[in-house]
Every structure is written in C-alpha cells, then in structure tokens.
Write a protein that binds this ligand. Structure first.
Ligand SMILES: Cc1ncc(COP(=O)(O)O)c(C=O)c1O
Length: 445
C-alpha cells in the first residue's frame, strides 16, 4: 500500500458521515458541491460548526483551520464583533432596494487605507471585481488586450481564465508563454485578447509588454501569487511593471483579492508600489460574499450614471448589501496596525518552523509565502513562477494534504494556508507537529 493509499484508508474510516453525505450530494450536485476549490478525493468533509480557529465536521472531528475560507476570515470564525454587527443588521433587514449608510463608511475605510483609491464600487465576488476592473480599463483606454502572468488566477470568467494552470505541453516557451484557454466552454477568442507574461521574469515581461504596448488596455498582476502557492512578486518585478506601464501610458491593475491582507493598505502598501486600479475580495467582506474594484477618479467616473452617454452600466442585486457592508466595516475596523504586525510575525514564524522541519527530516520539499500566507511545495526547486511551481510532486502533495486532515489540520487542497488574527503560537506548533507525523508516516525520518 502506498503512503497515499494508507492516508486515504484512514481518512475514509474516520469520516463515514461525510462519505454518506457526499454520496447523497453527488446525486444532485456535480461532484457533490458547487465549488471545485473545496473538492478533493475520495470526498470532502462536511462541516457543521466553526469557532475561532476550529472546524467541526459531521463525524465530530475537530480540525485547526489554516484555510479560513480561502484567506477570507482574517479575524477567525465567528468573531464576536462581526457576529454582533450581523445580528443587528438582520433585525434591520438583510437587503434593501436603495443604498444603506454602512456602505459609505465601508467605501471611506477602503479609500482612506488605499491611497491609490479615489473611488470604489462593491460587487459580490473577486470574480466580479476583476471582470469589472478589466471592463473599466477597456472602457477608459478604448483598447482590448490585457497582459497577465502565467499561473495567475484572477477569477472565474472568460476574459481571464487563460493560462492559469496550463498543461506544459500547451504552454509554449517559458520566456514567451502561449495564451491557453483553461477549459471547454470558455470563448476560445478570449485567448486572443490576452498576452501572457512569465511571473517574476523582468526581461521577458518587459519585452512582451513593449512589443504589444499600443494594444494594451492594462497589465494585471497579483502582488502575491495565490495559485502557485502564495509566491511573492520580486519587488523589482512589480516596480518594473509600474515604471513600464507609466512610461507607456497603460493602466496597471493589482489583483489584491488575496494580498489585501498584507497590510492596512494592502500589498501595494507592503511593497510601496502604487497601481492605477485595484481589485478586492475576501477579507473586506468579513466572511460574507464580496468583491470590490476601484482606482483613479478619471477611470472610476465612467461608472457615474451622470457622467454622460459613455457611462458604463453596472448593476447587481446584492452589490453593497448591508449585511456584507456591516461585516466588512467591522472587520476592517478590527484590523489595526498591531494585528497586521502579529499576522506577519506568525506567518514568518510558521514558515521558518516548516523550513527547519524539512531540513531536519531531509524531505524534498519547500515552503513559499509572505506575510500571513504560506504554502507547501513538493519540489526542491525554488518556486518563483508557474514553471517552477509545475515541478511539484502531485502524489506527495495529496498524501500530505490527506495526512494533515487525518492529523486534525485543514489546508487548501493545493496545500496552501494562512494564519488569522486568532491563531496562537500553540496553533503553529500543532501544525508543525502534525506535519512531522505525516512526513514520518510517508517515510521521512
Ligand atoms: C487573486 C484572486 N482573484 C480573484 C479571485 C476570485 O474571487 P472569488 O472567488 O471571490 O470570485 C480569487 C479567488 O480565490 C483570487 O485568489
């Protein structure tokens, strides 16, 4: 029996009620759920309760959560202030057919914290945030082409579901990657409107941007790449993108759906590099569905219905709904400079503890990340871009992911994680001890 088979057998034995629910779910939901990002084989666990850092499933298993709903719950589950704000709003009504005052405070908080933001609009997902930011720059420039990085996920819509995890057989030259449509159903023509840059490769990205400069509506980049394992951009890479786009008159979009948790002003404050437009999601909604996009007045004014005949239509039944707004305002107000300092300290400490364990057990793996974000990499290559990420040993990844579930730890199904404000140093020890047991079982000792 392989180490993976052994972990799956133990997992199946410990989670019979989840298995039963999954069998029922697959009859009515393709794959048993509505999010592929929380799917794993042989079946996911079904959760009934979450508190702080702890998740309880239907079988009564308790696990320490290092996913926090994909980096969203920066204050942990059921923070009392957020819960109280939501209860209060429930009593006032959950959504209205006219604006609610908390939305103004929410927008003010973002514009105060993010100097590049003159104005902002709220939506219900990070997907809608990038969709609208791309529409904004296309409306503003009158151009269509977007430059994005290989291995970057910017949401689930046609314009940008290109070269996220392309098979290497189709991905072309590492220095000049092809634009690969990610799955059937996406308009194949979407790939014609995208040019792909290798992440963190200054020379190649400069060449690619310069060669298409006159056609580009924007360059979009994630300051810390989530898809490849929370891989931070080299500061000089982001600076190059900023200098080049300024020189060539191309709007620069930062996708901060994940990286906004880096600092009060997001990764743009952390790096000291200012984009023209920013996309938000996750933490700004305090755990409820959310997205936002914003930036310079001259671009955002296109969204004002009084702007004139060329204004950009933007609707959305639940945009800026008061439930998300109060959860978002409460969360942002809880995020004081001290909280960010602690998040970064805990993130650095955890990555160092994992590195020490890898060295001690001589495991062919690594750890990536920045601030409160981290990911396990099952390769000895330093992971700085998609091509190095693609060297991961997938079987080992799945063995460790399943082993950690058996040891009471939840990571994302790609072995990425993050710490929240309520993780303690003890939680970090719990993680590393669990990882040690899993690696020892896998034959490293
Ligand atoms: C960088 C980035 N952009 C956009 C999105 C899409 O956000 P959502 O899942 O809220 O649609 C994600 C989601 O994980 C993301 O990580």
């Amino acid at each position: 029996m392989t180490a993976f088979d052994a972990e799956v057998a133990a997992y199946t034995k410990a989670n019979p009620k989840s298995k039963k629910l999954h069998d029922r779910a697959t009859a009515v939901l393709p794959g048993g759920d509505t999010r592929n990002s929380i799917f794993w084989n042989p079946f996911p666990v079904y959760l009934t309760h979450a508190e702080g850092t702890q998740l309880t499933d239907v079988d009564g298993n308790v696990r320490t959560d290092f996913v926090n709903n994909m980096t969203t719950l920066i204050m942990g589950h059921r923070h009392p202030d957020v819960t109280a704000a939501l209860h209060e709003q429930v009593d006032r009504g959950v959504s209205y057919p006219a604006p609610a005052p908390p939305v103004i405070r929410w927008a003010e908080l973002l514009c105060e914290r993010v100097p590049s933001l003159d104005k902002v609009r709220f939506v219900n997902s990070g997907t809608e945030a990038t969709l609208n930011a791309i529409r904004a720059v296309r409306a503003y420039t009158g151009k269509t082409l977007i430059a994005k990085c290989e291995g970057a996920y910017h949401g689930n819509h046609d314009a940008i579901q290109i070269s996220v995890t392309p098979p290497l057989s189709k991905a072309g030259d590492a220095e000049d990657p092809d634009a690969v449509v990610m799955f059937p159903g996406i308009n194949p023509a979407a790939a014609d409107d995208i040019v792909i840059m290798p992440y963190n490769n200054l020379e190649a990205s400069e060449r690619i941007i310069r060669s298409r400069a006159s056609e580009l509506a924007a360059v979009i980049v994630e300051p810390i790449n989530g898809q490849c394992g929370m891989v931070p951009a080299k500061p000089e890479f982001l600076q190059l993108l900023r200098d080049l786009t300024s020189e060539l008159g191309i709007p620069l979009i930062f996708d901060e759906v994940i990286s906004f948790r880096a600092a009060s002003g997001g990764a743009q404050e952390w790096y000291g590099i200012t984009p023209d437009m920013t996309c938000f999601g996750k933490v700004i909604g305090g755990g409820l569905p959310v997205g936002a996009f914003g930036g310079k007045e001259e671009i955002m004014q296109l969204w004002d219905p009084n702007h004139g005949s060329d204004f950009v239509q933007h609707a959305g039944t639940f945009n800026g709904n008061p439930m998300t707004a109060v959860a978002g305002v409460t969360t942002l107000e809880l995020l004081t400079p001290d909280v960010y300092e602690q998040l970064e300290r805990k993130g650095e400490k955890l990555r160092q503890m994992i590195r020490d364990l890898i060295t001690e057990l001589e495991v062919p793996m690594g750890v990536t990340g920045a601030t409160s974000l981290f990911a396990l990499q099952f390769t000895t290559e330093p992971v700085t871009d998609y091509r190095s990420y693609a060297t991961n040993d997938k079987e080992m990844l799945q063995t460790v992911f399943t082993g950690l579930l058996n040891e009471g730890i939840l990571m994302s199904n790609r072995c990425a994680g993050n710490v929240s404000a309520v993780h303690t140093d003890d939680d970090l020890d719990v993680f590393v001890s669990a990882l040690r047991r899993v690696l020892v079982r896998a034959g490293y000792a």
